[in-house]
Design a protein around this ligand. Structure first.
Ligand SMILES: Nc1ncnc2c1ncn2[C@@H]1O[C@H](COP(=O)(O)OP(=O)(O)O)[C@@H](O)[C@H]1O
Ligand SMILES: [Mg+2]
Length: 357
């Protein structure tokens, strides 16, 4: 999936000048300001930032699920359609099938009173009715399932259809490495572990075969071992399906494990972006440098870990200069006078800091 400079750019997602403000009872919250970034087809980008930096706001903005009290300006071009301008009723054509989502709180995305098999089967039937669903992940699908798909039969409506549907449910559970799909399919969400639920969520999102997947902290609630397994699984499945992905995480280590490129968000602004290698070997922005100091390079260094001093500024007022100025070890007078420019310091590696111009 690595990019070469000779490859022509083919953005699947092109975010232009997006700002999102919440109009809360306590006043306005400027959650995101003037966000620009593009995601090429097949690319895996991680958006990294501390809690409160606007990551979930960005995810909700992309998929049109912001609360009514939020206002959005700017453009969100998905395959050249501006999602910021589409009607509510037209979202059905995009959400799920074009743009898949995996959320931080998987429990809230699954229906607590439906067994796993029904929930996954419903997704598969929806896919089928919309003429999709022929995801080729491996050659392990049974010939009968493939034949049924070729015939255009809507699975689930006839007796054989029901059997095929059940087989597809098991197949998807196996694809997300659930060893005993027959048993797991018969359980309710509360009977599953966090890791298992997240696997089911991934199966549901991927079975719709979206072109773009937005995953907001998909592994945050899991223990380190399960987290690593789930990330590896996502990466494998995504490589096979050729999907583009935006992974949202507060953890640089998670981003480094799977992403091609990292976008660093601070207090609602992008402060740096570059290839994973560039960010880790020579971070440019003092904020990214600070984040990396907090990131353990090996188990032995954990006890000497630094934490980034200070906290994210109050987003209820508009800040004139650089939002990181109060926490920055390199701050100069200019930082507080005007917004720093976003400059390309080396090929495909940008930073928003006066140190670089
Ligand atoms: N519904 C809301 N109403 C008002 N403020 C909100 C709302 N949701 C989020 N915020 C504020 O927007 C900012 C960004 O939040 P969020 O996008 O959840 O950050 P992250 O996902 O990076 O932790 C925070 O200051 C948060 O308090
Ligand atoms: Mg969040």
């Amino acid at each position: 999936m690595s990019e070469t400079t000779t490859e022509s750019h083919n953005p699947i997602l092109d975010i232009q000048g997006v700002s999102i403000t919440y109009n809360s009872v306590h006043g306005k919250v400027y959650a995101l300001q003037d966000i620009d970034f593009t995601l090429d087809s097949g690319e895996f980008v991680a958006i990294v930032g501390e809690s409160g930096s606007g990551k979930s706001t960005l995810a909700l903005g992309i998929i049109g699920l912001l609360p009514p009290a939020a206002s959005l300006s700017g453009k969100i071009l998905y395959k050249n359609v501006d999602l910021a301008g589409i009607e509510k009723k037209d979202w059905v054509n995009f959400r799920g099938r074009e743009i898949g989502m995996i959320f931080q709180e998987p429990m809230t995305s699954l229906d607590p009173i439906e067994k796993v098999d029904r929930q996954l089967a419903e997704t598969l039937v929806v896919t089928k009715k919309r003429g999709g669903g022929s995801v080729t992940l491996s050659s392990s699908e049974t010939p009968s399932v493939q034949e049924a798909q070729k015939d255009g039969e809507i699975i689930g409506e006839t007796k054989t259809g029901k059997l095929l549907l059940r087989e597809q449910v098991y197949e998807w559970l196996r694809k997300v490495r659930i060893a005993d799909p027959e048993s797991v399919a018969q359980r309710y969400p509360f009977q599953l572990s966090g890791g298992m639920i997240q696997r089911v969520m991934i199966a549901m999102a991927l079975s719709l075969s979206p072109s773009l997947l937005i995953a907001d902290e998909p592994t945050t609630a899991l223990d380190v071992t399960t987290q690593a397994q789930i990330l590896k699984l996502m990466k494998t499945l995504i490589d096979q399906i050729h999907m583009s992905i935006v992974l949202i995480t507060h953890d640089l280590g998670v981003a480094a494990q799977v992403a091609d490129r990292i976008v660093v968000l601070y207090a609602g602004e992008i402060v740096e972006e570059g290839a994973v290698q560039q960010i880790f070997t020579h971070p440019l922005h003092p904020y990214t440098q600070g984040l990396l100091k907090c990131y353990p390079k090996s188990a032995e260094t954990t006890d000497r870990l630094q934490t980034l001093a200070g906290s994210v500024p109050d987003l209820r007022s508009e800040i004139k200069g650089c939002k990181f100025a109060d926490r920055c070890p390199f701050v100069v007078a200019a930082c507080r006078q005007e917004k720093p420019r976003y400059v390309e310091v080396e090929a495909n590696h940008h930073a928003k800091c006066v140190l670089y111009y």
